[in-house]
Design a binder for this molecule. Structure first.
Ligand SMILES: [Zn+2]
Length: 90
């Protein structure tokens, strides 16, 4: 009797832990997947080979010269420099 009850209790706890672990690993996987997509989307930038200042965040052609935009990863230094240049010019 005692063994059976303790055994049943252990089994249910193990099952509970297993399902909880499954849920945690699933949500962790989803979080990493979403994070990877967000980081990737932010990293890719489209830029005209002729006009470096033409940088739309979607694929297409340049609004100035009509050349096909190429996808690339912007340099981290590029953004603060651009912002500072725009500010000092305006
Ligand atoms: Zn262009």
């Amino acid at each position: 009797m005692r063994l059976r009850t303790s055994g049943g209790h252990d089994r249910s706890t193990a099952k509970e832990v297993k399902s909880r672990m499954k849920l945690i690993s699933l949500s962790l996987f989803l979080a990493i997947a979403v994070l990877a997509i967000v980081v990737r989307a932010q990293d890719v930038v489209y830029q005209c080979p002729m006009d470096p200042d033409i940088r739309p965040n979607k694929e297409g052609v340049c609004s100035r010269c009509g050349m096909k935009l190429r996808a690339g990863i912007p340099e981290p230094v590029e953004f603060p420099m651009d912002l500072g240049g725009v500010k000092s010019f305006v």
